[in-house]
Write a protein that binds this ligand. Sequence first.
Ligand SMILES: *Cc1c(COP(=O)(O)O)cnc(C)c1O
Length: 228
Amino acid sequence: MSIADNIKSLKKETGPGVTLLAVSKTKPAADLQEAYDAGQRLFGENTVQEMVEKYEQLPKDIQWHLIGHLQTNKVKYIAPFVSMIQSVDSLKLLHEINKHAEKAGRVIDCLLQIYIADEETKYGLGFDEAIELLRSEEFATFNNVHIRGLMGIATNTDNEKQIRDEYYELKTFFDGIKQSYFRKIDTFDTLSMGMSSDYKLAIEQGSNMVRVGSTIFGNRVIKHWKNN
Ligand SMILES: *Cc1c(COP(=O)(O)O)cnc(C)c1O
């Protein structure tokens, strides 16, 4: 099946209530252009360098989402154009995003990345840390970031019950956070969970944004010298 066909069938399957983010990391610009020509506008990249390179090559109405760990010293390269940063995992990073968004005269949409997997890896805030961030005095001073919701990555396992449980926990946390901290703000509306292997389970548990790479673009060549 072509990239266009894959997108079409995914959209049909996930339905209108779920936003499809096409995760294009490691894929050449031509593949993204093919997806774009099929109507796809939201693309996810996990490194700043790749996102900047593709941003320069591709149509300017693409909405770029950063989904990988972001180092504070690289925020400046994407602040002028990034549509959403889904991988906010510290107050320090959010501070930096706010600073560069202000310089660029923008308000940048962000998701807090929440650590839900049962793995010794990765980034993300614990539930307590996320609450601490939202309650901090410093957070209240940020005028150029806009927290739109939460993102989570489930454990890489075949155990469907475990994946369901992790997504269920994140959905429950999302509802609680919305109720406690964003009650009057109807733009805290994005729960990004699910990738190629588990988006069905994620949607079943309440996801409204899935980040799908290999099901659209085919398998990635694994680069062992890189993190992803
Ligand atoms: C790579 C990646 C995805 C997409 O993975 P696929 O298995 O190719 O769908 C989703 N989310 C994050 C954070 C990723 O890094």
